[in-house]
Design a protein around this ligand. Sequence first.
Ligand SMILES: [Zn+2]
Length: 237
Amino acid sequence: MIKGIPVFMYHKVSPNRVEGKVEKLRVTPEKFDRQMSYLFNHGYKTVTVEELINFCEGRLPLTERKIILSFDDGYRDNFLYAFPILQKYNFTAIVFLVSGCIGSVSEWDEGGAEPLLNWEEIKEMGRGGMEFGSHGHSHRLLPSLSGEEMRQEIEQSKSILEKKLGKAVKFFSYPWGKFDERVKDIVGSCGYRASFSTLPGKNGRGEDPFALKRILIRGYDSRLYFLLNLKLGRSRI
Ligand SMILES: [Zn+2]
């Protein structure tokens, strides 16, 4: 067992096949239910991102069987399929929303755009204990932008989400997982407390709060991969 808190990164949870690259990131509701059931039956508890940071910064002891479930992009199926399953096991999750595309479709998905959550669905998930973070305003590749454009993507999404949700939005997830020092600095200076990357592994003591690690859960991952991800923070030995 590697010490630290794993943050699982999901995208779509849906029974329906989709066109394009996002299909490999689609987990069926049956599989998602089996994964949640495994966590529940083995005593795992979901923690908030705030708690994760307290663990990383040494204010809380690192205990076993803590996990964070995260969803990137805010697909509508997160409400339709993932949310009821999370509630069944009393789990919470953080969903990273693209503020300029709420209620619309994921135009950035190559080969086919997928429906995204609308505000009503987001609010209902919020009432059910789900957290929300920002995934930028229009899912642009941040390191390729000028400082001004970058600040707009990062700052605008925070203020739009905060206004609609009526609460602080403190966490960010880098679109496409791409960031550099400049991006990190701007995310910090826009008032976010932490940001999630797609670097694999668990988060331990002293982890950089602006490069938190996550474990990608893919649709075709076997049960063995799932267990390796959970125990080791990666699916390859
Ligand atoms: Zn994304």
